[in-house]
Design a protein around this ligand. Structure first.
Ligand code: SDX
Length: 436
């Protein structure tokens, strides 16, 4: 027996079915709403609106649960690698040894970037933000590599491997070229994460020593960022992808959405905020008060979340990662002390308690990235590399979804009613009633 919701409107009763998810989450299926009633829904930010059914990631914002394909984030962070997690998100199952080996080989086979693309990097201003460079270069990839045609399994896997591998290479290239340093090429003998670190930090005068703990920590960092159901940038990938544009353009849209300080750009904004607190004497209280002031647009960066109304499960793991790396290299980062003080005060503050605002994944991630030598303007690029497998998995799922349609939201028009054109001679001279 299908449960329904009844809507009474202008003396008529309309019924809409309730549909349920695996974990008991429920939705009103309103696909026939406008046809039946002439009504649309109004939901700025889509906070109450499901745009798809998905098998990829499950979040419970009340309990702080995050699972990729049913596997808890805590288990994956402890036992998996980023490449294995990317395979899981994209294919739905953990890979066998053979599948993982073949996937890693494919990633290595597609790790180089076409030499003609180097000029693009070299012609950006040195101070160009790497997120702008990355989104441009990913769109440009379409001109160097074939578009998906039939979309068969092999073709999709190759295109996905190409993006996963080249985006990582391009990120390191953007960094090296922006500093006027020699580009370091990927190596077949290094793992995905070790390759990235080597491309970023190896130099002709000082070879980069690959540290297993740093490689492991980077795997965990990227596992934590790999997917997060219908977040802003994933929704952008699905929306742009719904127009059946090439996948490179859809992913580039995701990179652009992630850049925003309310979304992935928060990890860079957190560090800038912590530094401001430190340089103003280290007392977070004035910043907390500023964040609570309705008339002040300042928000506590790294705090709050549309879904999590308790601790973001990723934040706890990120915090441990910070301590592990800072302790290993005996780094005493004053911004960590500021962050801990800020967290302590904010979570006890009634404003944050009432609004259920807790630290999110971005709050400590910058401290970790600083500790392994990533420059601040690359923080959101690090988020993008991590989120790429999620975007690819979600794009694939939307392309395979029989219910997927072109995203074309409705609106409630509140502008002027019909009115007559006014010649330029008469403009500004008529009284308002005449011009209406
Ligand atoms: C990510 O969606 C995802 O899953 C994203 C992400 C992922 O993995 O993809 O988890 C990654 O983007 C994490 C979020 C990173 N952004 C920040 O840290 C920026 C700071 N946070 C806020 O801007 C805010 O919390 C958002 C944008 C994250 C969420 O905003 P919502 O859901 O639209 O909530 P809201 O703006 O409606 O806030 C509800 C209330 C408001 O007060 P009232 O109007 O009810 O009086 O809480 C207040 C807000 O003013 N509020 C904050 C606050 N966040 C919300 N007040 C002060 N500081 C904050 N950080």
């Amino acid at each position: 027996m299908v449960e329904v919701v009844k809507l009474e409107f202008k003396g008529k009763i309309y019924e809409f079915p309730i549909i349920s998810g695996t974990e008991g989450d429920m939705a009103i299926d309103i696909r026939g709403l406008r046809k039946k009633t002439g009504l649309i829904t109004y939901d700025p930010g889509l906070a109450n609106t499901g745009v798809c059914k998905s098998k990829i990631t499950y979040l419970d914002g009340e309990k702080g649960i995050l699972r990729y394909r049913g596997y808890p984030i805590e288990e994956l962070a402890e036992k998996s690698t980023f490449v294995e997690t990317a395979y899981l998100l994209i294919n739905g199952e953990l890979p066998t040894e053979e599948e993982l080996k073949n996937f890693s080989i494919k990633l290595n086979d597609h790790s180089l970037v076409h030499e003609d693309m180097r000029e693009f990097f070299e012609n950006f201003p040195r101070r160009a933000h790497p997120m702008g460079i990355l989104s441009s270069m990913v769109t440009a990839l379409r001109e160097f590599y074939p578009e998906l045609k039939e979309g068969g399994k092999e073709e999709i896997n190759t295109t996905f491997a190409r993006l996963l591998s080249k985006v990582r290479t391009m990120a390191a290239m953007a960094y090296k070229i922006s500093r006027g340093h020699k580009v370091v090429y990927p190596r077949h003998d290094l793992s995905y994460c070790a390759n990235f670190l080597n491309m970023m930090f190896d130099s002709p005068v000082k070879p980069y020593i690959i540290d297993d703990d740093v490689v492991r920590a980077l795997n965990v960092f990227w596992i934590l960022h790999a997917d997060h159901e219908q977040n802003c940038s994933t929704a952008a990938v699905r929306l742009v992808g719904s127009a059946k544009v090439n996948i490179y353009a859809a992913i580039s849209a995701g990179i652009s959405a992630l850049w925003g300080p309310l979304h992935g750009g928060a990890n860079q904004a957190v560090i800038e905020m912590l530094r401001e607190i430190y340089e103003s004497g280290g007392d977070p209280k004035p910043f907390i008060e500023k964040a609570k002031d309705k008339n002040n647009p300042f928000r506590l960066m790294g705090f709050g979340h549309r879904i999590y109304k308790t601790y973001d499960p990723r934040e706890k793991i990120m915090k441990k990662l910070c301590h592990k790396i800072l302790d290993k290299f005996k780094i005493d980062d004053p911004l960590l002390d500021v962050a801990k003080k800020l967290e302590e005060l904010a979570v006890k503050d009634p404003y944050f308690q009432e609004k259920r605002l807790y630290p999110n994944v971005d709050f400590y991630s910058g401290i970790f990235l600083r500790a392994i030598g990533i420059p601040e303007n690359m923080f959101t690029v690090m988020f993008a590399i991590g989120r790429l497998p999620g975007w690819l998995a979600q794009w694939k799922e939307s392309m395979e979804d029989p219910h997927n349609r072109l995203y074309r939201p409705r609106q409630l028009y509140i502008g002027p009613s019909e009115r007559k054109y006014i010649s330029i001679e008469k403009r500004g001279k008529l009284t308002t009633t005449e011009s209406a």
